[in-house]
Write a protein that binds this ligand. Structure first.
Ligand code: RI2
Length: 296
């Protein structure tokens, strides 16, 4: 939880593998493969929901089996990791450029949690001279909304912090919703910070367009083959102090929720603005036919 945002988490995973390879002191490629495997499992176990971490880590290790010796294996992990981190930064930049065109002068925008991809179009639109207002949810229990409001305030944007339960009330003042993504499934369902689906349902009710800003490496290949997304649950101490509660009280603290495709007007990616129905085709195009053999 020191690193917030599915994209940054993926880059941190890739950078950790880059460090691991650069500092590896073992003597054979076989040992390297085994130790790398253990490192990969540890990294992936840290946050189970965001597929960006899985995709980032697998981008780093994809050439490991064909490497001829230890040095080639180490270099491939290190270079792939650096490529992934650079690609991730370029993707957010492109999402900002593309997404800013969906924002008009005078728009009021609502966002949730803290998403680099969702904030980039807003900051870009502001830089283009568009006058904007932003409502950002607090995003209990970790209150990542505080990061968002400070980031937007530092950029000179008119921003207001709201509590999560005021979303439906405030939606009446809003023209557009921009949120990020932790994972997008093959049928276009969005998995994002708990409370995102509340924004989506309220936006639908108020006829406010709902935009998801997502790098395509947040699309989940596993979901093409029927896998369900694991929703991380975190400890009760994040929600309330034990001494505040009677012994019989239980706490349920899911970190993410699921927003069906029917509530999503557009997904803004680095390859353009797409509908949730296009996610499957984009994954097939990017991963190639080999993915079907790999997943069998
Ligand atoms: P970027 C965050 O969750 C939020 O759910 C946010 O919408 C999403 O990651 C994407 O953020 P967490 O993974 O990658 O920090 O756009 O728990 O920064």
């Amino acid at each position: 939880m020191q690193i917030r945002g599915a994209g940054k988490i993926a880059c941190a995973g890739a950078s950790a593998l880059c460090d691991f390879s650069d500092r590896y002191e073992g003597e054979s490629v076989e040992c390297f493969r085994d130790d790398l495997d253990a490192a990969v499992k540890e990294i992936l176990g840290s946050r189970p929901t965001a597929v960006s971490l899985w995709n980032g880590v697998h981008a780093c290790i994809r050439d490991i089996d064909s490497a001829k010796g230890l040095e080639e294996a180490r270099a491939s992990v290190s270079e792939n990791a650096k490529r992934f981190v650079e690609m991730s930064a370029r993707a957010v930049e492109a999402i900002g450029r593309i997404g800013s065109k969906r924002i008009r002068d005078g728009d009021t925008i609502m966002t949730h949690c803290n998403s680099s991809a969702a904030l980039e179009p807003i900051k870009r639109a502001h830089d283009q001279g568009k006058e904007l207002k932003v409502y950002a949810t607090e995003s209990r229990p970790w209150r990542q909304g505080i990061l968002t409001v400070n980031e937007l305030a530092d950029a000179g944007i008119d921003v207001t912090l709201i509590i999560d339960s005021s979303v439906r009330t405030v939606m009446k003042k809003v023209d557009k919703v921009f949120v990020g993504a932790d994972t997008i499934t093959s049928n276009g369902t969005l998995i994002n910070k708990i409370g995102t689906s509340q924004l989506a349902v309220c936006a639908d009710e108020a006829r406010v367009p709902f935009h998801v800003c997502s790098e395509t490496y947040k699309f989940s290949p596993m979901t093409m083959f029927g896998d369900l997304v694991t929703i991380e649950e975190r400890g009760c101490e994040e929600v309330a102090r034990r001494e505040e509660l009677r012994d019989r009280v239980k706490i349920f603290n899911p970190v993410f929720d699921s927003t069906p495709a029917k509530y999503i007007d557009a997904i803004i990616t680095e390859v353009g603005v797409i509908s949730p129905g296009s996610v499957y085709d984009i994954m097939v195009r990017q991963l190639g036919d080999g993915i079907f053999k790999e997943m069998e």
